[in-house]
Write a protein that binds this ligand. Sequence first.
Ligand SMILES: Nc1nc2c(c(=O)[nH]1)N(C=O)[C@@H](CNc1ccc(C(=O)N[C@@H](CCC(=O)O)C(=O)O)cc1)CN2
Ligand SMILES: Nc1nc2c(ncn2[C@@H]2O[C@H](COP(=O)(O)OP(=O)(O)OP(=O)(O)O)[C@@H](O)[C@H]2O)c(=O)[nH]1
Ligand SMILES: [K+]
Length: 423
Amino acid sequence: MDTIFALATARGKAGVAVVRISGADAFSVASKFCDLPPMRRAGVRTVCSSDGAMLDEALVLCFEQGASFTGEPVVEFQLHGSTAIVSAVLRELGNTCARLAEPGEFTRRALENGRLDLTQVEGLADLIDAETESQRLQAQRVLSGAIGQKVDQWREALIRAASLIEVTIDFADEDVPVDVSPEVMGLLEGVVSDLRQELLGYSAAERIRDGFEVAIVGAPNVGKSTLLNRLAGREAAITSDIAGTTRDVIEVRMDLGGLPVTILDTAGVRETEDVIEAAGVRLAEVRAMAADIRVFLVEEGSSPVFEPKAGDLLLKAKDDAGLCGVSGKTGAGVDQLIANLQSVLSHRAGSAGLITRERQRVAMSSAVDSLQAGIGLVESGPDLYDLAAEEIRTAVRRLEMLVGRIDVENLLDEIFSRFCLGK
Ligand SMILES: Nc1nc2c(c(=O)[nH]1)N(C=O)[C@@H](CNc1ccc(C(=O)N[C@@H](CCC(=O)O)C(=O)O)cc1)CN2
Ligand SMILES: Nc1nc2c(ncn2[C@@H]2O[C@H](COP(=O)(O)OP(=O)(O)OP(=O)(O)O)[C@@H](O)[C@H]2O)c(=O)[nH]1
Ligand SMILES: [K+]
């Protein structure tokens, strides 16, 4: 396998830039640039090009095979974070037998060497993307390997269930010594109930990953864009006293007490002859209905533009004193609105479980399907035990796919192409 290298830190000026080399030839490649310090002991070294010219005074760090992030021999050059130094070092590395890594290739090697399972790889990708506290905590839980640990327990229970059944099949026409079905049913039902519990936490976890959506809705000119701008702390949307100003859906991403939230400003809802405005109104309704919460701005004496759902907030519009509503203009009531949104959303976020991706959900729910089929077959009696065992083995395979132990080659390109270079 090739020895690879890449800049591991972000491109551009920085205090320090880390260039990582991984692969069987990492030490011989790196030793062309300087003497290598002992394993896992940072050493200050003058890093030189092949013609002996100094490139940088750097910290150098070596990791031995089997005890590095990738599992391969790894060398890190911790350089001054100068774009010129980084370019020179990468150029010189290109003249060795090593080649530039593809995005995610270090992590791919960590997966191939069993340092991480596939869910951990996904957790790592989410950790790199995490922008809020809830995203960080969720990604770290997944990166810790918690899903893999559960899969190991479930797998053990299912393999025991399958082997109990198989013993019975082998006894076919003779007298079966004991009825295994109670124990088998107990094992299968236990796993199904655990899997169902995990599936219940998916939608909240997926929200934490992608962000919750809050739509501001109301009649034209009630002050939706002004409120959005107040929440965003900047002029994200055009405001004016002309009704029908906003036509597209305007999105502002915010960190609401650690939760990722996208606030949507939508077109004011009214009957209109203007075809473009009418299209905006339809879009507003569709997006607002799909959001997690709607904030209705309602003027004195009017009613909400459409039926609120449970958990939606109804506020008096343009309540400049903030007595029972909100004013984007003065800011009155805005802190209370933020607190209310935060409380509703953190309640929903609280039900998040371990699985955060559609791929993981599909693997788990197809395992549940097989196990339910298996349970039905076990209930029908020993004649169908061979089919039941087959369903249980299918469920085991689904769980092994979940952690990437089997059948994932076709998923990897897709997963790793989204990684940044150097990860
Ligand atoms: N400089 C640097 N910082 C970094 C990384 C890196 O690669 N380089 N990481 C990259 O993502 C993260 C740390 N991840 C790592 C995970 C495992 C090992 C490692 O060498 N593990 C060995 C030894 C453990 C030990 O010393 O106790 C092992 O598990 O056998 C290194 C980095 C974040 N910070
Ligand atoms: N007094 C008062 N005026 C406000 C408040 N919010 C907005 N306005 C004014 O009301 C007018 C409409 O505000 P916008 O924020 O554009 O209203 P909108 O609901 O986004 O309007 P559309 O995009 O047309 O649906 C502007 O002239 C604002 O300055 C408020 O809280 N108090
Ligand atoms: K307006």
